[in-house]
Ligand binder design. Structure first.
Ligand SMILES: [Zn+2]
Length: 220
């Protein structure tokens, strides 16, 4: 189970404990002492920076590292080792939470690659959606003024938005695969496309929440 940990070669450095050259990533190859953990989520899991990840593989890596970093293993170790293990545990949990979720994973990679997320929301909403949003707001106004006849229409809006989200998620899977296979400028072009898609997704997801909120307020 510990094979891949010993193979963590992405960012090797000299071991602070035994001094072996290029011997250490999270654990030294020679003395097995824990090292200063990398804050890079992919490096931490010893994974290449791909957007399409195998969830089972990620989970196995998470559980293996959780065991290796368990506080019980460090109670009798030096102050330095305890500190590194705590830092590593904290990065492990953050990294797992982010990488296991495709949307958060993509947002993480976008930020790391210098694409700020969420600053293009309005620009990225296509015109056909703006019209739908306009109609939706009218229906919500009618609901607020007590007109229950708009309920079926709102339910239809809601279902349409959920369909859109499902299609967007399928599209994202395809974009992830294309991103992973691409390099250089092509890869950055696909990242820009992923960012627009995520902004559009967030916008639609907010619409669904708004409809749900209004319907719940109505039923309260
Ligand atoms: Zn060592």
């Amino acid at each position: 189970m510990r094979d891949f940990v010993l193979c963590l070669m992405a960012h090797v450095h000299d071991c602070w404990h035994c001094g072996a050259k290029d011997a250490a990533s999270l654990f030294c190859r020679y003395c097995n002492t824990i090292q200063a953990p990398t804050p890079d989520y992919y490096e931490f899991f010893d994974l290449p920076r791909r957007l399409a990840l195998d969830p089972e593989d990620l989970k196995n890596r998470y559980y293996t590292l959780s065991r290796l970093l368990h506080p019980d293993r460090y109670t009798r170790r030096s102050e330095q080792e305890r500190r590194f293990s705590l830092e590593a545990s904290s990065i492990l949990n953050d990294a797992y939470r982010v990488l296991r979720d495709p949307i958060q994973r993509a947002e993480y990679v976008l930020r790391e690659e210098g694409f700020p997320v969420g600053d293009q929301r309005n620009k990225d909403v296509p015109p056909e959606l703006l019209e739908e949003v306009f109609e939706l707001n009218m229906a919500l106004d009618e609901l607020r003024s007590g007109d229950l006849e708009v309920l079926p229409q709102l339910e239809l809006f809601r279902r349409n938005f959920l369909d859109m989200l499902a299609r967007i998620d399928e599209g994202l899977e395809e974009l992830f695969r294309r991103h992973d296979a691409a390099e250089g400028d092509e890869r950055r072009k696909i990242l820009a496309e992923i960012r627009s898609t995520l902004n559009r997704r967030r916008y639609i997801s907010n619409l669904v929440q708004e409809v749900d909120r209004q319907l719940a307020a109505r039923n309260a």
